[in-house]
Design a protein around this ligand. Structure first.
Ligand code: PGA
Length: 252
């Protein structure tokens, strides 16, 4: 059975102290009431070491939101996959549409990041998804397939076991517009079919595919009830413990 996952993506929010407070609140809530899914929080680099230590005996795993496409050296301001791993973080989010758009991360750059993350023992939450204009032109399938082919379909089957896919339609991120459960299920099933074409049906069946884009406690139960939706990647609603817990509870 593939893993059910609820992953937070704090983006560029929370000072160190605010992050510690939120993670502590979540840790306490989930210690009192065990989740029925894997719980991950994706945080800015500054939180990784502190939160990995704070959460080491908890059910919550820690993820970075980025890593460099170079192994080490004279790249001022960058943070390598090895450095992320050394904090105790288990995951890294790569391919987020905000990084593709604002920081010009191309499929080639993302492929380098994915390779380095896996080489350094991190698991990758790899994000894909179409823009509003692409959806209007019915290009969502082609866009998702090309993003997978461009950055992750070169991986070996052994490496693929450490990949989680997050489908995040750009038009639904932070906009309050969620894909309907039917729209999301349709493309999730298509993504699983693409994975099956490369890695076979059995591995595709083991691949967790998360939905992201204005996912909240009120719409998570319907989204997560679909057969190919294995959880969510949560932005805004991961910034308050009760909101995030409400989404985790969708697996109850
Ligand atoms: P949102 O962000 O939940 O705030 O729409 C999701 C994401 O970008 O991962």
């Amino acid at each position: 059975m593939r893993k059910k996952i609820v992953a937070g993506n704090w983006k560029m929010n929370k000072t160190l102290q605010e992050g510690v407070a939120l993670a502590t609140e979540l840790k306490d809530i989930l210690a009192a009431e065990k989740p029925n899914c894997e719980v991950i929080i994706g945080t800015p680099f500054i939180h990784l070491a502190t939160l990995s230590e704070l959460l080491k005996d908890s059910v919550i795993a820690v993820s970075a939101e980025n890593c460099a496409n170079k192994a080490s050296g004279a790249y001022t301001g960058e943070v390598s996959a090895a450095m992320v791993k050394s904090t105790g973080a288990e995951y890294v989010i790569l391919g987020h549409s905000e990084r593709r758009e604002y920081y010009h991360e191309t499929p080639e750059i993302l492929k380098e990041k994915v390779d380095l993350a896996l080489e350094n023992g991190l698991k990758v939450i790899f994000c894909i998804g179409e823009s509003e204009a692409e959806r209007d032109n019915n290009q969502q399938e082609a866009v998702c397939k090309a993003e997978l082919a461009g950055s992750v379909f070169h991986l070996t089957p052994e490496q693929w076991k450490n990949i989680v896919i997050a489908y995040e339609p750009i038009w639904a991120i932070g906009t309050g517009k969620t894909a309907t459960a039917e729209q999301a299920e349709e493309i999730h099933a298509y993504i699983r079919k693409c994975v099956a074409e490369v890695y076979g049906a059995e591995m595709a069946d083991e691949t967790s595919i998360l939905y992201g884009g204005s996912c909240k406690a009120s719409n998570a139960p319907e989204l997560f009830s679909k057969p190919d939706i294995d959880g969510g990647l949560i932005g805004g609603a991961s910034l308050k413990a009760p909101d995030f817990k409400g989404i985790i509870d969708a697996w109850k």
